[in-house]
Design a protein around this ligand. Structure first.
Ligand code: NAP
Length: 198
């Protein structure tokens, strides 16, 4: 049995190898932030709006006059349609009145880890051509899952970055810079790793 130190080093190597796999082949681009004064308004792609934070993000975006369009991408559920699920989630979070049925947002069933985010090519192209910002909020909030079970989520981040790179303003903002505080908790390793990898 390898010593704890060797196991730790093997695990760190595995983390970085995995992150390198999901970061491979990024085209080189000069990042630039769009000026909010230049365009006719922000067009936002936001993920995970059925969750706690997502409901509040959606509500704030609906209230923000600078935002003219919102694509709210969420995974499908066998049990319930997305419109119903989003309404219930907004109601549960007490932000129903702020945005329920606001024509500014469009709910989109998506699978972020699939090519074209699992949505039809026409809508994917429309989103690609129009968005000015991506807020990637969807994530399995599960502290017990090991790192390897987050690979779909890492693929989802990669697919969103690829979408962002098609746009002319591929600037990134991610708060995490080091994996060292996350080691041992799969959720934190994957979450922090995804933010570091670009
Ligand atoms: N909660 C915290 O203490 C905390 C702290 C720091 C950062 N965060 C981050 O804040 C964000 C939102 O967290 P939250 O507290 O609002 O969590 P939440 O209420 O559990 O919402 C998570 C959202 O992500 C979606 N989601 C979960 N697993 C998914 C998967 N495998 N594929 C696609 N979508 C998935 C959920 O969709 P369904 O409705 O279909 O399940 C839901 O819309 C996450 O990125 C999380 O890492 C949370």
């Amino acid at each position: 049995m390898p010593s704890p130190n060797v196991q730790r080093e093997d695990h760190i190597r595995h983390l970085f190898d995995t992150l390198a796999r999901y970061s491979a082949g990024f085209p080189r681009k000069q990042p630039r932030f769009p000026s909010r004064n230049q365009g006719p308004g922000d067009v936002i792609l936001v993920t995970g709006t059925t969750g706690g934070l997502g409901c509040n993000i959606l509500s704030q975006l609906c209230l923000d006059p600078r935002v003219k369009r919102i694509y709210a991408l969420n995974r499908a559920s066998i049990a319930e349609g997305l419109t119903e699920r989003q309404s219930k989630a907004l109601k549960k979070r007490g932000v129903l009145e702020d945005c329920l049925g606001d024509p500014k947002y469009q709910l989109v069933e998506a699978c972020l880890s699939e090519p074209l985010l699992g949505i039809n090519a026409q809508l994917y192209t429309e989103i690609c051509n129009r968005i000015t910002h991506i807020i990637h909020n969807a994530w399995p909030v599960n502290l017990w899952k090991p790192f390897d079970k987050f690979e779909d989520s890492l693929q989802g981040v990669r697919n969103l970055i690829d979408l962002a790179l098609v746009r002319k303003y591929p600037a990134m903002s991610a708060p995490e810079e080091s994996l060292s505080d996350s080691l041992g908790v799969g959720y934190a390793e994957a979450n922090t790793g995804a933010e570091m990898s670009p």
